[in-house]
Design a protein around this ligand. Sequence first.
Ligand SMILES: [Zn+2]
Length: 494
Amino acid sequence: MVRFATILNCKILDIPFTYLGLPIGDNPRRKVMWKHVIHKLQKRLARWKNKLLSMAGRVCLINSVLSSLPLFYFSFYKMPRTVQKEVESIQRKFLWGEEQDQRKVAWVSWDKICRKKSQGGLGIKDLSLFNDSLLAKWRWNMYHDTSNLWVRVLESKYGGWVKLIEGDNKKDYSMWWRDLRRVCGGDCSEQWFDKCMNWKVKNGKRTRFWEDKWIGQQTLAEDYPRLYINSGQQQTTIHNMGHWLEGGWEWSFRWRRRWLGRDEIQWEEMMGRLQEVVLDKNSEDHWIWMVGNNMEYTVKATYDQLSSWKNGGEEGGVYKELWSLNLPPRVSIMIWRLLREGLPTTMNLKSRNIELGESERLCSLCSRAEESTSHMFFECGITDCVWKTCYNWIDLATVLPANPSNHFQQMPISISSKKISDRWKVLWSAVVYNVWMMRNNIRFNGRRLQIQKCIQDIKNDTWRWLSLNKQFTYSYTQWQADPGGCIMDGGSHG
Ligand SMILES: [Zn+2]
């Protein structure tokens, strides 16, 4: 049995060493290591290349193909920047590949696309942050899984989690260890890992009294530098800084030199704080992950936190409202692009240095002005006529701002409840969507301008989309007769 276990142990050890590659010795910065990942990604996405997919479908595919890649690469190695760029470029080309006018332009920056939907993105995974959240789990595991073989290997080779966070980079560190230090250890300038965790000291055996951040926002060494310098126990764990008596725990300190008057003040303050500390000799120290809900490290919660730090301050409100509406994905994405100034209007083409003929530059609807987003959707005489018809349904006569997100968010005064304003926003979405469709049909399919048809399409779409909400119970006939009444009714009809 013992022999069997030994063999089994060897096997466990062998797997990462020979099959997955040897992270503690290998050089993850070599691009050849990543060829497999890139190839696989290309192959998977290529399968879908010629299928007719909406942009919403392509977003889904990009994320699902990514999660089908061999994740152990991402959880062992820090992806080199050049590889990351290459993978992103494959994803980007796939996302924007099938534009109607075949110009493969990235209409919204990749950085913005990678934000969470509630933060104004499309929720495509940010590879670098995803990679970091997977890698940082090593630090967590190094501290907690002390019986794990891997952790013992790392302990003997590098000194384990302690050496991950302290000291300087040593020449004999492997690339892998350096990367880990850079992502979540001592060489990480943001120190984000430490911001996410708290120390929970129990028996004090795995926490250093002076140098770990176990009480308050800083280490005691930082809080009381005079005492720390004088201490004869600078690296000592809490467990070795005193002993258990019958009445409980008693501290014992050793000092290098006699005290000066100023030390006294720091000492009293520190001892005051230590009185609050309750040790427990029967349980182990551990870390608490403050991000997410289950106190333990999770890749998902960590990724979300990193992402919101990176994109902090981003105006999220208008996007939250957009994604909360019950709209077909192709419509939500079209509106997302409108809000992101990422629709291929001729002004936007021009700003991306795409040459257009003189006649092509003009608004397809009125041929009177250059086609910018605000012109086409809000200022154009034709569009204005469409809006006025819809405003009429709810007896509204007002001038709304020409900036897409303000226009989307500003509610006519007569609209008072969230229910009604959501319905109004569905109608709003149907207007901009159908105006865009009408424009494309004129520009690319040689259709004539048909305002009445556009309004009828808006009316039909709005009813269909509102009906996705079960509480909206108006029949098609009722809706056709009085759309404004159906929208403004705050009563029983949902
Ligand atoms: Zn126009």
